[in-house]
Write a protein that binds this ligand. Structure first.
Ligand code: NAD
Length: 528
């Protein structure tokens, strides 16, 4: 862990994973305090909802401006508490949030405006119309991990607040100070009223279940598949809906005609950014056998040039891992691979002379699907590379996983890229790039299989935060005192309905219906 619990479970001490020095202390909340935070959010909901979209957007834009004014402090804190170099904090965390606020405070009007539903049945359309109105849900809980401790929770929080919900947010214990920075940006910087946004700093095990039960109306959880399943079980007892953004084991498929310079640069970045602690990191590479040796050689050459350390002078590519457990998992995966016959071509150990949770970026070959590094989420700086002979084999290997978050295909042939992309079991498939689409706020982020449920980002992500209520209007003439399908039932009513059904399905039956209507009083009475 990169934090310590002290003072009989009452205080959390955050630790810099690069230096192992303490960074700050935060009081821990117990289950009762978490419950109170949910109650506060519930009480603030009507006021926040009634402010309307424009009223709420003003607070978020103010928070964005405060963030822009404090951009260096925020990047510095993200780098110190989480370990990633400041440039990654800026691009993958801060920029995403400022862009999301700027774009969706405008776009939300279009997404959340009332939507008429075209009714296709002329008999219904003559007297009825329908519309969807998007209502906020109430209290939304946002529980997030430590790997992108700013952009991940902020994505859920911004959409929830913009749509009119109030929020209770639990940051990961390893990044509690960044959680408090989010609180500062929204409440002090944005002026968001009391009760609308509530942070709870609590340990996952001690915080109780208040975040996953009514009056919470939606859970936005990002984290491991194992914890996601536990939360899903609690939520299921009360039918609280969830968005689950969970683990991944993302494959990269490199075709024979790929641009090798581009693909090897992409592999090294996709596997080692954020020290490999990305849900959508490249965790497995499948390369066409013809280009395999050259591709591996290029990856090793580029990996050896990466600079590891704490980012003090903007001259570091790879920081420490965020905590010791994650480092242990990486070591276990490398050990298991070596025992089963893999070869480490570079890395494969902790670097000498660095105190924190560092691990050298590692390229592995002679790997297969019996190894942990090809089956389970490593979430660390490993790049295992395997050869394939046919397109079918590449697709089969890539899909041989319980996960399905993202995947990438590398080829100069657009058609082939699309063909393979359509076959891969993943929420997002990128062609000639990897993982970066989390940074585009208008595209959906979503997992297939055990990588998750629901979406964040994009219009669909915003729609997760509202209930699409259906309102149906009646425009019948006042003399129509009953509807076609009401009591009393009769033989005439049955006949009338039958002719209507036939006329509705086949145009040639319409004249018969009209004739009957014009000539048969009982029939007319049965209808109106
Ligand atoms: P985690 O599941 O251990 O923790 C996630 C959050 O849940 C943290 O805030 C944690 O404190 C809390 N938590 C843990 N146990 C809990 C419990 N019993 N009850 C309630 N809350 C609990 O995940 P992590 O180690 O913080 O993050 C790494 C995982 O997150 C990886 O599997 C990664 O793939 C996944 N992730 C997924 C996405 C995505 O978008 N799909 C993005 C980032 C990370």
């Amino acid at each position: 862990m990169a934090h310590k619990i002290t003072n009989n479970g009452k205080t959390l001490v955050s630790i810099n994973p690069a230096t192992l020095e303490p960074l700050g202390e935060v009081p821990l909340m117990d289950a009762e305090a978490v419950r109170r935070a949910v109650k506060n959010a519930e009480a603030a909901f009507p006021m926040w909802k009634n402010l309307g979209l424009d009223g709420r957007a003003k607070f978020l834009l103010k928070a964005r401006d405060y963030l822009l004014e404090h951009i260096d402090d925020v990047c510095d804190l993200i780098s110190k508490e989480n370990g990633k170099p400041r440039i990654e904090a800026l691009v993958a965390e801060v920029f995403l949030v400022t862009d999301l606020i700027t774009y969706y405070t405008k776009r939300a009007k279009e997404v959340l405006k009332d939507k008429p539903i075209p009714l296709h049945n002329p008999l219904i359309r003559a007297t009825k119309s329908s519309v969807l109105v998007y209502e906020p849900l109430g209290v939304v809980s946002v529980v997030s991990p430590w790997n992108y401790p700013f952009s991940i929770p902020m994505s859920g929080i911004i959409f929830a607040l913009l749509a009119g919900n109030t929020v209770v947010f639990k940051p990961a214990s390893d990044t509690a100070l960044i959680g408090l920075k989010i609180d500062e940006i929204l409440r002090k910087g944005g002026g968001i009223p009391d009760g609308v946004f509530n942070i709870v700093i609590a340990s996952g095990r001690e915080m109780g279940t208040a975040l996953f039960e009514p009056p919470v109306r939606k859970i936005v959880f990002t984290g491991s598949t194992a914890v996601g399943k536990k939360i899903q079980e609690i939520a299921a007892k009360h039918l609280v809906p969830t968005v689950m953004e969970l683990g991944g084991k993302d494959p990269m498929v490199v075709c024979e005609d790929a641009d090798l310079e581009l693909a090897s640069n992409g592999a090294v970045w996709g596997a080692f950014m954020n020290c490999g602690q990305v849900c959508s990191s490249i965790e497995r590479v499948y390369v066409a056998r013809k280009i395999y040796d050259r591709f591996v050689e290029m990856c090793v050459e580029k990996t050896k040039k990466l600079r590891i350390g704490q980012d003090v002078n903007f001259d570091v590519d790879i920081g420490p891992m965020a905590n010791e457990e994650q480092l242990n998992t990486v070591e276990e995966h490398v050990k298991d691979a070596l025992q089963k016959g893999a070869t480490v071509l570079c890395g494969g150990k902790r670097p000498e002379g660095l105190k924190g949770y560092f691990y050298e970026p590692t390229v592995l070959v002679n790997v297969d699907h019996t190894m942990l590094c090809m089956k389970e989420e490593t979430f660390g700086p490993l790049l295992p590379i395997m050869a394939f002979d046919t397109e079918e084999e590449a697709i089969r290997l890539a899909n041989d996983s319980i996960y399905g978050l993202t995947a990438s295909v590398w080829t100069k042939d657009k058609e082939k890229g699309e063909r393979i992309a359509r076959e891969l079991q993943a929420g997002t498939v990128t062609i000639n790039d990897h993982a970066y689409t989390y940074g585009i706020c208008e595209t959906p982020w979503q997992g297939m299989k055990e990588s998750g449920i629901g979406r964040s980002h994009s219009d669909e992500g915003l729609l997760e935060m509202v209930f699409p209520k259906h309102i149906n209007y009646d425009h019948s003439f006042p003399f129509m005192k009953r509807r076609l399908w009401w009591f009393p039932y009769s033989r005439d009513a049955y006949q009338a309905q039958k002719m209507s059904v036939r006329a509705f399905m086949k145009v040639r039956e319409v004249p018969a219906l009209l004739f009957k209507l014009a000539t048969d009083k009982g029939f007319r009475r049965a209808l109106f």
